[in-house]
Write a protein that binds this ligand. Structure first.
Ligand code: HPA
Length: 276
């Protein structure tokens, strides 16, 4: 169901109850009672939706309780159910709510909680991001090995002490490397955005142990772990982070780098998911 007012914006609402309703909507819209894997598409990763398998249902995310219209070009507001050749059901989420939209963490992680409520035990989070390592040219896919959450926010409410050791599953990173041994990995720093980082902020991220800068994923990964899911995170380096590259950053550049790299990284991701 679409809602003029998002039910998650009611502070008295239970976000897990709303996620359960959303999962019911998805079961009805797809005719698929349970999904095994969920995949959130960031910029540059869109083509993997077609390569993962056969799409058996596709509909606007706004048909599902709690989802909002996409705020951004390059982000497709579509949900799909895809059947892999090995018979796994993948819920492909082409609709991401970013923290910088200002609707709060509940809205940001609703797709993850919904995916968990559909039965998915594996959460694959992809994004387009800035690279700090000089060896990562735009177009390079990188595994996320860990994150630093610089948003100051959390999807967890109250005394919810969740362990984040091995949040980005070593098993799934190894699986990805078995498909492409050249895959590098790094620590993802989630900034609030929407402004890109200053060069000084990128230097800070580097000094505290970061290799990738972006505006998504960390909050979603936390919610996925809370839901007991195994997480695989992958960044497409769309640009060298501010100050690493000397030219100004632009959203257009990010979109174009994504478009160019899309066929290669999407087929890589499809093979990784196919091996799950
Ligand atoms: N910083 C933050 N987010 C991004 C970047 C970046 O350099 N590139 C793409 N998304």
């Amino acid at each position: 169901m679409s809602h003029a007012i998002n039910p998650l914006d009611d502070p008295a609402a239970d976000p897990f109850e709303i996620a359960a309703q959303a999962a019911d909507d998805i079961a009805r819209l797809t005719g698929v009672p349970r999904h095994d894997i969920a995949l959130t598409l960031g910029s540059g990763w869109g083509k993997s939706a077609e390569l993962v398998g056969e799409t058996t249902a596709s509909f606007p995310a706004t048909e599902v309780t709690g989802f909002s219209a996409p705020a951004l070009e390059g982000h497709v507001g579509t949900l799909r159910s895809v059947l892999t050749p090995r018979g796994k059901r993948v819920l492909v989420i082409g609709a991401r709510t970013h923290f910088y939209e200002g609707h709060g963490p509940r809205r940001v992680v609703h797709s993850v909680r919904t995916a968990a409520a559909t039965g998915a035990r594996t959460m694959v989070l992809t994004n387009g991001a800035g690279g700090i390592r000089h060896t990562w040219k735009p177009g390079t896919p990188v595994l996320i090995s860990d994150h630093i959450n610089l948003t100051g926010a959390s999807p967890l409410e109250g005394a919810t002490f969740i362990d984040l050791t091995d949040l980005y599953s070593m098993r799934l990173r190894d699986l990805a490397r078995s498909i492409d041994p050249s895959l590098d990995e790094g620590v993802y720093c989630q900034f609030r955005g929407p402004q890109y980082e200053t060069p000084a902020e990128v230097q800070m991220a580097k000094i505290i142990g970061g290799h990738i800068v972006g505006m998504s994923t960390a909050l979603e990964a936390i919610a996925a772990r809370q839901a007991g899911m195994e997480v695989l995170g992958m960044s497409l380096i769309t640009n060298m982070a501010a100050g690493i590259q000397t030219t100004p950053l632009s959203h257009q550049e990010v979109i174009e780098a994504g478009r160019e790299a899309e066929p290669v990284i999407s087929s890589l991701l499809a093979r990784v998911i196919g091996a799950m």
